[in-house]
Design a protein around this ligand. Structure first.
Ligand code: BGC
Length: 770
């Protein structure tokens, strides 16, 4: 047995020994404990109150951009004294092995540490930002990305990621929309569960899986005005039906941890919100994993005005059910006093400690604390060719074709001279997105590099960037356009316009890009816009004047090749918008699943209806929208039975879909429902199924969805998921605003659902027609 492992097990032997104080030199008779044998109750019984508090403390081992930088002698002493349960912003198989060694061999109880980091869309191999991954409408792609991210992160000594971020975001002014799956709870729930499965695999104790940290529990995405950290004020129904389902899906998928939101909900900061944390999460959903605060969020309970001092903040968070304190050290410094003054808190402290110990046990750390510290594995897995290939495949699947007038795309290989305009085309850093983990710019293949490699006769001109209003480069860009046969323009937002604390009051192209676009458009040359960035933008001028528009988000290491293969038709775009693109900032928030109004929007301004006077009713590009280089036709929508019991009924919905064009392509078949008459007003549409189907030219496949009556439930006036009798309208199409078939079913009797319908997966399949 390796020496390090044997030493770790020496400490571990304490867990199966009687409860008596023991000095390090007294440790002997190493015993191998298997995960199931580790006696956590015995361990808890041996812990002092200070050691218990220590398990609840997560400290920063460095900064996001300077990992491990704080791991000096003082920090190691804290570990020896048992004052730390976990570190974040740390990485590296070897440095973390040493830190783990100190915990396991030199602290009194030898309890291993948890090492965590934000691995949100890749560790070293960087994948598309999460909003882009949601645009794949392919949960398997999201799962695959998380699997690879876990393989790389675990090889670097990490046990835990703070992902997936599953906050539903319906206001693109909120910069963190980039981190999640967009505006819809059903799509968001599917992406959430898929990523949990990918990070955790089927066995958390395997050396290449890590704990998911689903965040930011509550209604962080509903921050007022899209201002990050601002409070949310929601009806119970909206909270349950729209914001909580992705969390519920993650809980059901077995996420090992949740993180609380920074913001308040209805005036109660989430980190001290017992009704939400103990009531809904732990009580109703039966969730018994780790609950972690966000960064300093326990201390911020004072700024929120619900705790007068740190002692009160510590108490409030513990009572609400928060197990671990991310970096504010309020638990570390002030919880002990509270518990000593009020022994009634001891039970809650014990519960929190136990959940953290169980996580360590489930990871297998008590059995082998060094299993995540194999430097040769670390060297071998990073950025492997397979990981890069998967990053490119997923990047291609993320691209959404928004416009393609006159079939300007795909470009012929003999496309002639191309003027590539826009600083973003050459901006490697931006493709790494807002959470780059250990991604490095040198690994990114930019649009410029990929286009120059693929095509002779590319002239690149920056023109203008998204940071400055400097218009000096526009003349050169116009000249380049005039000398070219075709213009490819990279426009949008760089990485630093979206993400945490990156709220915007305007959703227009930032900097001088609008002027740049107008000047280049005035040349009359064909223009393909490659729209980059981490949020939906208001780009009516681009939508009108460009010949083609591809939404390419921030696609990670393989951004350039993915875009270039799409431009030339080696890949056929099939991404669909996970969030609506507004016409103007004043149109947000807007969602496809809004409630009907007593006066539905009417284009006739002479009528007083629910619309703006100065804007068309609908968004520029709606939820679920995206074009293809081929075309699809839908056959009739059929159900296997038209009448089903509201209590326990099931219905299978099917529709044939044909590729009617000349190229292979994927269609994202989307199933929507509406309950037209109920005891409460119901949304005009709600997504209840989707399936991305690959079709050869001329091929027809029948796509099938099987739903339970409980998928038609809503949050009733007296609480609970109710299924009422009456008609349910079903519709199917290629976007929320491209519906190709409709039918009705009738529910009879009354039913109840156990979980939010949007969090509950719908079975789907596809098979050849005939
Ligand atoms: C963010 C979290 C993140 C944490 C640790 C916070 O500011 O809100 O999403 O996991 O920092 O980096």
């Amino acid at each position: 047995m390796a020496k390090h492992l044997r030493r770790g097990l020496v400490a571990l032997s304490l867990l199966v020994m009687p409860a008596a104080p023991m000095l390090a030199q007294e440790r002997e008779s190493p015993q191998v404990a298997t995960a199931s044998e580790v006696d956590l109750d015995a361990l808890l019984a041996r812990m002092t109150t200070a050691e218990k508090v220590g398990q609840l403390v997560q400290r920063m081992g460095g900064r996001q951009r300077a990992l491990n930088s704080r791991l000096g002698p003082d920090e190691l002493d804290r570990v020896r004294r048992g004052e730390v349960g976990s570190y974040l912003h740390v990485a590296g198989a070897e440095p973390l092995r040493e830190l783990q060694r100190v915990a396991v061999e030199e602290s009194r109880l030898g309890i291993p540490l948890l090492f965590a980091m934000d691995v949100v869309h890749g560790y070293r191999t960087i994948f598309p930002v999460p909003l882009a991954m949601a645009a794949t409408w392919d949960p398997e792609a999201a799962e695959s990305h998380a699997r690879i991210a876990a393989r790389e992160a675990s090889a670097a000594g990490l046990h835990w990621t703070f992902a997936p971020m599953v906050d539903v975001a319906r206001d693109p002014r909120w910069g963190r929309i980039v981190e999640g799956a967009g505006e819809d709870p059903f799509l968001g729930a599917a992406m959430a569960a898929a990523q949990v499965r990918g990070f955790q695999g089927s066995d958390l104790s395997a050396a290449d899986t890590i704990m998911a940290g689903t965040k930011h529990f509550g209604a962080y995405g509903a921050a007022e005005g899209g201002r990050d950290y601002a409070g949310a004020d929601l009806s119970e129904r909206t909270l349950r039906e729209t914001y909580l389902p992705p969390f519920e899906a993650a809980a059901r998928a077995g996420t090992a941890s949740f993180m609380t939101a920074f913001n308040a909900l209805g005036g109660v900061p989430t980190t001290g919100n017992a009704a939400l944390l103990r009531g809904v999460l732990r009580g109703e959903w039966g969730y018994d994993g780790v609950l972690l605060s966000d960064w300093h969020a326990i201390e911020e309970l004072m700024a929120h005005g619900v705790a007068g001092d740190r002692v009160a903040a510590a108490r409030l968070a513990l009572e609400a059910g928060v197990d671990m304190d991310m970096v504010s050290d309020v638990y570390g410094q002030d919880l002990l006093a509270s518990v000593e003054a009020d022994p009634a808190l001891m039970a809650q402290l014990d519960e929190a400690v136990m959940r953290i110990l169980k996580a360590k046990r489930d990871l297998g750390l008590f059995t082998d604390p060094y299993k995540y510290h194999d430097a040769s594995r670390e060297a071998a897995v990073m950025l492997s060719p397979e990981h890069r290939a998967e990053a490119r495949r997923i990047a291609e699947r993320s691209i959404v074709l928004l416009k393609n007038e006159g079939d300007v795309l795909p470009l012929a290989k003999s496309a002639g001279r191309i003027a590539l305009i826009g600083a973003l085309a050459d901006d490697a850093r931006s493709q790494l997105g807002s959470w780059r983990a250990r991604g490095v710019e040198e690994d990114v293949v930019t649009l410029r590099a990929a286009l120059e490699a693929a095509h002779r006769g590319v002239a690149f001109v920056r023109g203008a960037d998204s940071r400055s209003s400097e218009t000096g480069g526009i003349a050169e860009a116009v000249a380049a356009a005039q000398g070219a046969d075709l213009v490819v323009m990279a426009l949008g937002e760089d990485f630093d316009w979206s993400g945490e604390a990156r709220s915007r009051s305007s959703l227009e192209l930032p900097g001088a890009q609008r002027e740049l676009f107008e000047a280049v458009a005035a040349t009359g040359k064909p223009i393909v816009v490659v729209l980059m960035g981490g949020r939906p933008l208001a780009i009516p001028e681009v939508a009108e004047k460009a010949d083609a528009v591809l939404a390419t988000w921030l696609l990670g290491d393989e951004a350039g090749p993915a875009v270039v293969r799409t431009l030339f038709g080696d890949a056929n775009p099939a991404g669909r918008l996970p969030a609506s693109f507004p016409r103007t900032t004043g149109q947000v928030p807007y969602t496809y699943d809004h409630l009907p109004s007593g006066r539905p929007a009417d284009p006739d301004l002479a009528k007083d209806t629910a619309r703006y006077m100065d804007l068309p009713i609908i968004p520029l590009y709606g939820f679920g929208y995206g074009l293809s280089y081929t075309t699809f036709a839908y056959g009739p929508l059929a159900v296997d039975q038209a009448i089903i019991p509201a209590d326990g009924g099931r219905v299978t919905v099917s529709v044939p879909v044909t590729n009617t064009g000349a190229r292979p392509g994927d269609e994202v078949v989307q199933l929507y429902m509406r309950d037209p008459v109920a005891s409460v007003s119901r949304p005009v549409q709600q997504l209840r199924g989707f399936r991305r189907v690959a079709l050869e030219p001329g091929e027809t496949r029948v796509v099938t969805f099987t739903l339970d009556a409980a998928h038609f439930a809503f949050w009733g006036q007296n609480g609970g998921w109710v299924v009422e009798p009456g008609i349910i309208e079903l519709s199917v199409g290629g976007a929320s605003d491209a519906i190709h078939g409709r039918t009705d079913i009738t529910l009879v009797g009354q039913g109840r659902g156990r979980a939010s319908p949007a969090s509950t997966p719908v079975e789907s399949s596809d098979r050849p027609a005939g």
